[in-house]
Design a protein around this ligand. Structure first.
Ligand SMILES: [Zn+2]
Length: 246
């Protein structure tokens, strides 16, 4: 069964056709949610990619409101660049080199130009998630995870090596990681309409400001599994991104 609905749009510079994908709404509930707000479905991010680098001419452009006539749902009678050729700028994430390449893309975009606050928030949020990708699923390094039988020893061992290596790279870039988070936090405080659920307490937690994170979480009216988990991790003084549900 196809998990996505395809749509098509053109590069404004060279008019090449690109295929986009929207996750089918009924599958959103099957997704994995992480504490930083990233949602994955079958290992694919569900948040639409708004900044695109054309795989044909390298032109960078934004697709912010994918509505007709800019976007069509009928396959055009022309050659189409598939989604894999441009999503995340064509990067493969099978190793940490790919994850670092994505970080560098966002850093370059942010250095190259000034963006309006909404766009800067978008880029800094994706940069944050890209840093976290280096050690996302850290709980999988535990022997218990292999013993639970989710994967073979070979796969678990390989995956463990990748995450531990990613954690080292994350620590090496920690200053850049916190600089980006501080800037993102300042932007979100100025533009609360752009905040996603529990994003601010999570930023405080990842910046190791656990008391501030707890204070904000305790103000949340209705307690959910998400708020309880974040409170627990704040109390443990654990600043690493974690899986909330999946
Ligand atoms: Zn182009």
């Amino acid at each position: 069964m196809l998990k996505f609905d395809s749509f098509y749009f053109q590069c404004p510079h060279c008019q090449a056709w690109l295929e986009g994908r929207n996750l089918k709404a009924e599958l959103v509930n099957e997704a994995i949610l992480y504490s930083d707000g990233k949602v994955l479905n079958d290992n694919l991010i569900t948040t639409p990619q708004k900044m695109i680098m054309c795989p044909s001419c390298g032109h960078i452009f934004w697709v912010e409101n994918p509505v007709e006539p800019l976007i069509t749902y009928d396959k055009p009678d022309a050659e189409v660049y598939s989604w894999n050729t441009w999503r995340f700028f064509g990067i493969s994430f099978s190793d940490n080199k790919g994850k670092l390449a994505l970080i560098n893309h966002y850093k370059t975009f942010l250095k190259k130009s000034h963006y309006d606050p909404r766009k800067e928030i978008y880029l800094r949020r994706f940069l944050w998630w890209a840093y976290n990708d280096l050690h996302r699923n850290h709980q999988h390094v535990r022997l218990r995870y292999w013993l639970n039988g989710f994967m073979s020893f070979g796969v678990w061992h390989c995956n463990r090596k990748l995450i531990l290596e990613g954690e080292k790279i994350f620590i090496k870039h920690y200053k850049e990681f916190t600089d980006n988070l501080k800037r993102l936090m300042a932007l979100l405080e100025k533009h609360p309409e752009e905040q996603i659920d529990l994003e601010l307490p999570e930023i405080y937690r990842e910046l190791r400001q656990f008391d501030k994170a707890k204070e904000l979480l305790e103000q949340v009216g209705s307690r959910t599994h998400f708020t309880n988990e974040m409170l627990r991790h704040s109390k443990w003084k654990d600043a690493r991104v974690f899986m909330v549900s999946g």
